[in-house]
Write a protein that binds this ligand. Structure first.
Ligand code: FO1
Length: 320
């Protein structure tokens, strides 16, 4: 049984992962939640460094996220985009007026020599977050979506083409030279981490980029902390985003079992527990046969209470 004050490490992409991260932050003592965030979606746009998943997480944890839209800030205005439109500039990726301040500030700090982890930590503190938000690495890793006949940078696939092209695979440019964020490595080596929670994020474009940084998944597996994954697929549908569509196109069964098979095949020995939804309870024996302990609960997070309840369930599984 882990001590109540031991830190918990979560792995997350954007919206779906941020929901559980919010529940975890609510349930844990201040400062005890550490979140490793995917930066494969980052890109340079209009001369600015955009880190969508980091911002979704920080806006969510600070209570500023536009939860209806799924990205950006609540109560946003769009004057800059309107002005850019009049100049016939690029407006397919919409940056709200206040969100722009985040990108301007981040780009400026990076140009002055701060690292992405330093900029991210400062942004989180400025917005009153006590949890620690760790970009997965300092190096630039960029997700490319391989589609039938062409390769697309992630945001071109996701936003410009609205996830319409049929995917055939993914690659993460720059990943071979990337190293896991050293603060995450230090946390895993130095403290008794109570649990590692893989949030219900897209396995292919949110969690794989984190785990495939050389040495990352092995460091997570070799830490003494139990690893719990919450399925992003419920009753054959993705909780959020294109995960189900991608699975179908990659001929992976669009079920929680398909998710479990993906992780067990690519990261053997990593998962200790797999949390699935009540509607998928009949899959439990097949997932157990992969060598992972299955726990069944309601995993759909609509309200703040849903997020807290799922966080409590996940933490209690591992005695954290
Ligand atoms: N998603 C969209 O579908 N359309 C947008 O115009 C858009 C703008 C945007 C701006 C800042 C930001 O941090 C995120 C933004 N997103 C937008 C979301 C983003 O593309 C996705 O959330 C992730 O990359 C997938 O996790």
């Amino acid at each position: 049984m882990a001590a109540a004050e031991s830190p918990v490490l979560a792995l997350s992409g954007g919206v779906g992962g941020a929901k559980l991260a919010l529940g975890l932050a609510d349930e844990l003592p201040p400062g005890k939640l550490h979140v490793v965030v995917n930066t494969g979606d980052d890109f340079s746009h209009l001369g600015l460094h955009i880190s969508p998943d980091i911002d979704t997480l920080i806006y969510t944890l600070s209570g500023n996220a536009n939860t209806t839209q799924g990205w950006g800030l609540e109560g946003e205005t769009w004057n800059a985009m309107d002005a850019l439109q009049r100049l016939e500039g690029e407006t397919w990726f919409r940056l709200g007026d206040r969100d722009l301040a985040t990108h301007l500030w981040r780009t400026d700090r990076l140009a002055q020599g701060d690292s992405l982890p330093q900029v991210t930590e400062k942004l989180a503190r400025q917005l009153g977050i006590t949890s620690h938000i760790h970009p997965m690495c300092t190096a630039a890793v960029r997700t490319t979506v391989h589609c039938e006949g062409r390769d697309l940078p992630f945001q071109h696939y996701f936003v410009k083409e609205q996830c319409a092209p049929v995917v055939t695979g993914f690659s993460f440019e720059g990943i071979a030279d990337a190293r896991p964020n050293e603060r995450v490595v230090a946390l895993l080596e130095g403290t008794a981490v109570a649990a590692i929670v893989v949030c219900p994020s897209n396995p292919f474009v949110s969690i794989d980029p984190i785990l495939q940084i050389p040495g990352m998944w092995q460091a997570l597996r070799d830490s003494r902390a139990p690893v719990v994954l919450v399925s992003p697929i419920v009753a054959g549908l993705a909780l959020k985003g294109p995960a189900a569509k991608m699975m179908a196109e990659l001929a992976v069964p669009v079920t929680a079992l398909g998710v479990a098979q993906h992780y067990c095949e690519h990261y053997p020995g990593l998962l200790d527990y797999f949390v699935i939804d009540e509607s998928d309870a009949t899959l439990a024996p097949q997932i157990t046969a992969l060598g992972v302990e299955v726990a069944v609960t309601n995993t759909v997070m609509k309200s703040r209470e849903d997020k807290q309840r799922l966080a409590r369930f996940t933490l209690s599984l591992v005695g954290a």
